[in-house]
Design a protein around this ligand. Structure first.
Ligand SMILES: *Cc1c(COP(=O)(O)O)cnc(C)c1O
Length: 393
């Protein structure tokens, strides 16, 4: 074993997350660690909660980061809102809906699956039919932004349908928060979770969540204790809760929270609407370039996420070879396909701080260079112009 420190290479992260972390956030994370019950730290926790309410567009008091990655945010929603014996409708159109199903089963509940093709949005009519066929369902869960395919579902409509049937909603907004509109109060979402490493451009490891009063009323009237001690909201609230004297629950990841705080300050400086518009603008440029090159998108245009671009790998081109050369020769990371789409698509992320013009042009040039070298059937010399065309009005 050598004593040399680990020096990671400087990459450009244009995969499904983590995305490039802004230097301001890295700098914030290197500030001195203080006690997690220090009055100054508690002030910052309160500030994070307020700023997360802005990011989620909610007045929910129970809005805070779970001290673990997005998957733990997912689990916190399920273990608190689902009881043994419950029936839960899970809409699945990609990998992450499958994880929701797994969570339901592990809660001792029964999942009713509403399946849509991978690469398509969740079909609201199918949800309506499932609710009619299962009037005893208590919860509806779906993924707003399916990172495995790049499809965006109509969260507002799906939540409205769920409410008409008196169901609580659990929404995965890991990839949507900060990149496309997420409106917790307007849409009537009961439980939502996100992640720090996608469109918030923060380091991985935290999961912002928010719970409505209806959700909290359910949690406090459960028949069975929440099976997870760490994620039991009744206990987490003692630490993150309003006004109450903070009680030790776990040691908060102090420096990671400095990073999230800085990310949220930056989000407010830019403004949510501007952040959404930026993701849209650079997506349009990347799309113009990729299509000019001859690559085609997996998801129909009106169901597409701007921050996650899934394109079909051209005939005869080896997935791993291309991604390997992008990484080794250009320090550029793009994502592989997941699950049913493995080795069939690339997933090019334009998330948070990685979503900028320089990266769009860099990615197009690098991809064109590698594909040309491999004699792939693409149009050469047109992608950059096509992308630039989107930047001039
Ligand atoms: C990334 C992601 C997750 C999981 O987040 P982790 O931080 O990797 O645990 C969950 N859902 C979606 C839609 C994601 O994109």
């Amino acid at each position: 074993m050598s004593n040399s420190p680990f020096n990671p290479p400087v990459r450009t992260l244009m995969g499904p997350g983590p995305s490039d972390v802004h230097p301001r956030i890295l700098e914030a994370m290197s500030r001195p660690t203080i006690g997690h019950l220090d009055p100054k730290f508690i002030e910052m926790m309160d500030d994070i909660k307020t700023r997360l309410q802005y990011a989620f567009q909610t007045k929910n008091a129970m809005t805070m980061p779970i001290s673990a990655p997005g998957s733990a945010g997912m689990e916190s929603c399920f273990v608190n809102l689902v009881e043994p014996g419950d029936k839960v409708i899970v809409c699945q159109n990609g990998v992450f809906g499958g994880r929701m199903k797994e969570n339901v089963i592990r809660c001792g509940a029964t999942p009713v699956m509403v399946e849509d093709e991978w690469g398509r949005a969740v079909d609201p009519d199918k949800l309506r039919d499932a609710l009619k066929a299962n009037p005893d369902a208590r919860v509806v869960a779906f993924v707003h932004a399916e990172t495995s395919t790049g499809a965006q579902s109509d969260a507002e409509t799906l939540c409205r349908i769920a409410r008409e049937h008196d169901c609580l909603t659990i929404v995965d907004a890991v990839t949507s928060l900060g990149g496309t509109p997420v409106k917790v109060d307007d849409w009537g979402i009961d439980a939502i979770y996100s992640g720090t490493q996608k469109c918030l451009s923060c380091a991985p490891g935290l999961s912002p969540v928010s719970f409505s009063q209806r959700a909290l009323d359910f949690v406090s009237s459960r028949n069975h204790p929440v099976q997870s001690w760490f994620l039991d909201l009744n206990l987490v609230m003692g630490y993150w809760g309003e006004g109450a004297k903070r009680a030790y629950h776990h040691t908060a990841p102090v420096n990671a929270l400095y990073g999230l705080h800085e990310a949220l300050v930056m989000l407010q400086e830019e403004g949510l609407e501007n952040a959404w518009a930026r993701h849209r603008l650079h997506h349009n440029a990347l799309k113009a370039g990729l299509e000019a090159m001859g690559l085609s998108f997996v998801v129909p245009e009106d169901e597409r996420l701007p921050q996650l671009n899934a394109v079909t790998i051209p005939e005869g081109v080896d997935d791993a070879t291309v991604r390997g050369r992008l990484l080794n020769d250009f320090n550029l990371e793009i994502g592989a396909g997941l699950g049913a789409l493995a080795s069939k698509v690339w997933r090019i992320g334009l998330m948070g701080n990685a979503c900028n013009r320089r990266n769009v042009l860099f990615c197009l040039a690098a991809l064109e260079s590698v594909l040309s070298d491999l004699k792939a059937p693409i149009e050469r010399g047109v992608a950059i112009d096509a992308a630039m065309g989107q930047y001039t009005d």
